[in-house]
Design a protein around this ligand. Structure first.
Ligand code: HSE
Length: 399
């Protein structure tokens, strides 16, 4: 019998309880033993929930209970969750989490503590919600040098962009829908401003490139400055706008990462990734390109990944899974401004001036303003030249 305690009875915590209950017999059959949810820790009571009788308010009961094997942390944030995770690991308990902020900011230290205590710290649900992506990168792609990873990593912003364009819903209304569906963070600024996608690309880069990438080192733009006018204009020309997190390993081994909205051509497999769905593309030097796709947020999809980690932790009780990365080293970091890239611009500067500044541009639309895609060059050079055109809109272009 595996005994589990869930910390935080929000969307994901409630999903974990539901999946353990709904699929309990099946999970027990696969694992060879029962998984019992013994406690739910929350500051609130849930008298109307079928799990209300499991709710406790004192973490030390979990910490000191020798029956508890696995602690599931779904509190979120990097304060209380950090303290409880350290205490649970220190008490010799395996910890499973969906908390991307905690993993991105304190993952290296927590993995070190897990190693010292010979327990597992697993976080598949922290990136891509229900999509299996971290484990495949560590296991199935282990024979590759990873050259690049990028993806649509935030369900809320993808949902907002999709609803605005295809259902004519306003930004505020689309955000409210995403919140009511349980996709958005408690403070949705983390979604809209790109911080959530930033944490996720950091975790992907940590694992893929074996070195810590702290979120504060990653230039991050969100979707709040995107004009609906540009989204619809580029759609007519065969492009979609998506918020991407991207990390690229240069030939010198340095990793450059950033988060920004991008134009993606409609023929790219990521262009059709809509609503709350996420996609992660990994380019390895043996496999080429592989893409992972699925629901990037939501109660049961995220719980699916969390519970799979509970099962994996139980399977690795004696021989723990070795996961970790080297500490951040500024000398190993590349400059994202040096990455070759094309830019989308909308400007009133006039065709002659555009052709002078960016000869060979692709013109997408021309009226009082010109919408264009520049030729490929180092981003800093493209930005420098673009400044001379005083663009009213500027976006990165993928590819
Ligand atoms: N707020 C996140 C998103 C939840 O929208 O993708 C899943 O990490």
């Amino acid at each position: 019998m595996i005994n589990v305690a869930v910390l935080g009875f929000g969307t994901v915590g409630a999903g974990v309880a539901e999946v353990l209950e709904k699929n309990g017999a099946l999970i027990a059959g696969r694992l060879g033993e029962d998984v019992r949810l013994k406690y739910i820790l929350d500051i609130r009571d849930f008298p109307d929930s079928p799990f209300g009788h499991l709710v406790i308010h004192d973490f030390s009961l979990i910490e000191q209970d020798p029956e508890i094997d696995v602690v599931v942390e779904t509190i979120g944030g990097a304060s209380v969750a950090w303290e409880y995770t350290r205490r649970a690991l220190a008490a010799g308990k395996h910890v499973v989490t969906s908390n991307k902020e905690l993993v991105a900011v304190h993952g290296a230290g927590l993995l070190q503590l897990a190693r010292e205590k010979n327990v597992n710290y697993l976080f598949e649900a922290a990136v891509g919600g229900g999509i299996p992506v971290l484990r495949p990168i560590q296991q199935c792609l282990a024979a590759n040098e990873i050259e690049e990873i990028y993806g649509i990593l935030n369900g809320t912003t993808n949902y907002i962009l999709t609803r605005m364009v295809h259902a004519g819903v306003s930004f505020g209304e689309a955000l409210r829908e995403a919140q009511s569906l349980g996709y958005a963070e408690q403070d949705p600024t983390a979604d809209v401003a790109g911080y959530d996608a930033c944490r996720k690309i950091c975790i992907l880069a940590d694992l893929a490139f074996g070195r810590e990438l702290p979120p504060e080192q990653v230039p991050t733009e969100g979707i709040s400055d995107i004009a609906l006018e540009d989204v619809t204009l580029v759609e007519r020309a065969g492009w979609r706008v998506k918020l991407l997190g991207r990390a690229v390993r240069g030939v010198d081994g340095r990793v450059s990462a950033y988060v920004a909205p991008h134009l993606i051509h409609e023929r790219h497999p990521m262009a059709g990734v809509a609503d709350v769905f996420n996609a992660v593309l990994v380019r390895g030097n043996a496999v080429g390109e592989v893409m992972f796709y699925g629901p990037g947020a939501g109660k049961l999809p995220t719980a699916s990944a969390v519970v799979a980690d509970v099962i994996d932790a139980a399977r690795h009780r004696t021989k723990r899974k070795e996961i970790g990365w080297a500490p951040w080293d500024a000398a190993a970091a590349g400059d994202p401004q040096a990455l070759p890239m094309r830019l989308y611009l909308r400007t009133a500067a006039g065709r002659a001036r555009v052709e002078e500044v960016f000869p060979g541009s692709e013109i997408l639309a021309e009226a009082e303003e010109i919408a264009l895609i520049t030729p490929r060059m180092a981003r800093c050079e493209a930005e420098k030249r673009a400044a001379g055109l005083r663009p009213c809109a500027k976006l990165c272009v993928l590819g």
